[in-house]
Design a protein around this ligand. Sequence first.
Ligand SMILES: NC(=O)c1ccc[n+]([C@@H]2O[C@H](COP(=O)([O-])OP(=O)(O)OC[C@H]3O[C@@H](n4cnc5c(N)ncnc54)[C@H](O)[C@@H]3O)[C@@H](O)[C@H]2O)c1
Ligand SMILES: [Zn+2]
Length: 394
Amino acid sequence: MKSPVIVSQAFSVGFEYPVVFTRGVFDASNPVLRDALTRRADDRRRVRAALFFDQGLCDAQPRLLERAKAYFTAQGERLELAAPPAALPGGEKIKNDARLAWKLTRRLLELGLCRHSAVVAVGGGALLDAVGFAAALAHRGLRLVRLPSTTLAQADAGIGVKNGINLGGVKNAVGVFAPPFAVVNDFDLLKTLTDTDWMGGVAEAIKVAMIRDALFFRELERSAADLRRRDAAAMEKTVLRCAELHLAHIRGSGDPFEQGEARPLDFGHWAAHQLESLSKNRVGHGAAVAFGIRLDTLYAWRQGWLQEAEARAVETLLDACGFPAWHSALDRRHADGRFAVLDGIERFREHLGGRLTITFPRGIGVGFETHEVDIAVMTRCLEDLRAASRGAAQ
Ligand SMILES: NC(=O)c1ccc[n+]([C@@H]2O[C@H](COP(=O)([O-])OP(=O)(O)OC[C@H]3O[C@@H](n4cnc5c(N)ncnc54)[C@H](O)[C@@H]3O)[C@@H](O)[C@H]2O)c1
Ligand SMILES: [Zn+2]
């Protein structure tokens, strides 16, 4: 047989995008959004943009669409609206409806947006994921500028390289890795969050602190009460540090598009994603992550990876932040008595392919990967958390 002809192909593409922290992003004199949108445009051209807002955000801040429109008028020399700003459903609703993603992609094409135009997405992590997905599909990629409006999205979901939707009840089943053109975090947007969503970003902060940064964990212990009583300065500090750690990971991990087996930052997430599905999204991502951290912390202690005092410190911090220790959706079991949430382990493996790889803490501040979960021990951890929550309720 003739030997095959191989022309090897290799190239690398650099990515860069600013993540800017500001306030009053739509104040006529605030240059941050204009500068983000025009940073690669020559001085004579106006940048066309289409704006999509989270309906939940608009309900809480009714003048926002109008203010955004006025901003574009004030910055009319450099910016141009392709259409009046529009609102789309917020929360998992937008990610659960694949038709909506297609509709939105079509809309972007109808608006005549090109690869030099921008899609500006303003909202929670769910809206950003779905709009980012559509923006990546239209013309194989429009410029996406994200304005995250929840603590979780500013600290994590809105600053990274992943976009996508759910399909067939499977979370993030369909999507693309596509870095944004820019991210603008406006702290003022956070004021109207519900108490639960206000604390959502703190769950991700505890997660990343536990596997990356012991000092940050101590800082969170000190600020838990302030965070819970909605102290803006404490939240801004937390969001900023959490975002820095996530960005450092994407930049420095060597695997920003997750082609390997590991998801090194997804501590607590196998149970979190399954809990979100089991609860039909009544439990949001932040609260679900907090539960996942609680469960995997208990497991890590049972495996000897955490000392008892460390495991207790995590539990105390989660309690101080007001994260529930159990949710009724976790009571679901299969006919053989197995907790349904345990299916999340296989789902987690399937999502990345290859060997099961789950991150656990080994001491606070250090993460490591394991390829096995002892189901009997994990089941005991679930039984214990369930029993403790029953006890606390009585
Ligand atoms: N792409 C990623 O890397 C990544 C990372 C983590 C999480 N996520 C995804 O992010 C989603 C969770 O995001 P989330 O925690 O931001 O929740 P969310 O997007 O579901 O929003 C929560 C609720 O808050 C409302 N809302 C948004 N901003 C508001 C504001 N300022 N005031 C009042 N209400 C407001 C929304 O309408 C929604 O009802 C999940 O789908 C998760 O899978 C993605
Ligand atoms: Zn998460």
